[in-house]
Design a protein around this ligand. Structure first.
Ligand code: 1GP
Length: 254
């Protein structure tokens, strides 16, 4: 039987393997760009494709996912910024609860509204504790969420938040400095969080070079997500993927 996305993540974590995911924002791609990106992701050995954005102004999520599907078999995971971002053509969906914020709509409210459509989609649903960390300037997610991000140097808040998310039953913890963040999440914070949780840890936001992706993995990230930097320079895909895949340790920061 085919391994689920989540089973594959847990299996990789056990073996110490890191995953690299490319984030595709439907607002920022056209048909030609999707073809180029999917071609590069396949040849670079990218593990997952995340699709979504904080807004999604365009109305072509379904077409984007279907086009990716036609081009490659890399698992497509929705990363929805709004409850309407559901496409049954994807493989899975990060069911995000913004545990770093105190906005009840993003903790549970929108989930109640979207639950029937999400269930009907038949997608693999991965309950995700989503933690927005201050990236040095307001990002779309920090503005739209109407919730304060975790201060960049407050490692203890981050680790207690992640622990609480895990104990509430969330299957993944996603620490995000926000798309295009001025400063990506510091390695010290990643080390603190990774040491305290068993579930896989996803890290993204403002990662622009392979060295930072590598250091984040060494610090304990199990999956690295990059969007903006790759939109600007798709040739980075291979370097980023190689950097992430070069880390093979089962314990953080060794
Ligand atoms: C944002 O973590 C993702 O939610 C990716 O961020 O676009 O800055 O790479 P970037």
């Amino acid at each position: 039987m085919k391994q689920s996305i989540y089973e594959s993540l847990v299996a990789k974590k056990k073996k110490g393997q890191r995953s690299f995911a490319v984030l595709i924002d439907p607002d920022n791609v056209n048909t030609d760009k999707i073809d180029e990106l999917t071609h590069l992701t396949v040849s670079a050995g990218v593990d997952y494709l995340l699709v979504g954005g904080s807004l999604v102004i365009s109305n072509h999520l379904d077409e984007v996912v279907q086009q990716i599907r036609r081009n490659c078999s890399i698992p497509v995971i929705l990363f929805p910024g709004t409850p309407s971002q559901v496409s049954r053509h994807a493989d899975g969906l990060l069911y995000l609860s913004l545990i770093s914020g105190r906005n009840p709509e993003l903790l549970i409210g929108q989930h109640v509204i979207s639950a029937p459509a999400v269930r009907k989609s038949g997608l693999e649903i991965i309950s995700t504790g989503y933690m927005v960390v201050d990236g040095g300037a307001p990002t779309t997610v920090s503005y739209i969420s109407n919730a304060s991000p975790i201060p960049a140097d407050k490692n203890e808040i981050a680790l207690c938040t992640a622990m609480a998310g895990e104990m509430l039953g969330m299957k993944l913890i996603y620490m995000d400095a926000g798309s295009g963040a001025r400063h990506p999440i510091r390695e010290e914070m990643i080390v603190s969080v990774a040491a305290q949780i068993e579930v896989p840890l996803v890290v993204g936001g403002g990662i622009r070079d392979p060295e930072k992706a590598y250091r984040n993995c060494k610090a304990g990230a199990n999956m690295i997500v990059v969007g903006n930097a790759i939109e600007k320079n798709p040739a980075l895909i291979k370097e980023m993927a190689d950097a992430v895949h070069s880390v093979l340790t089962s314990t953080p920061n060794r």
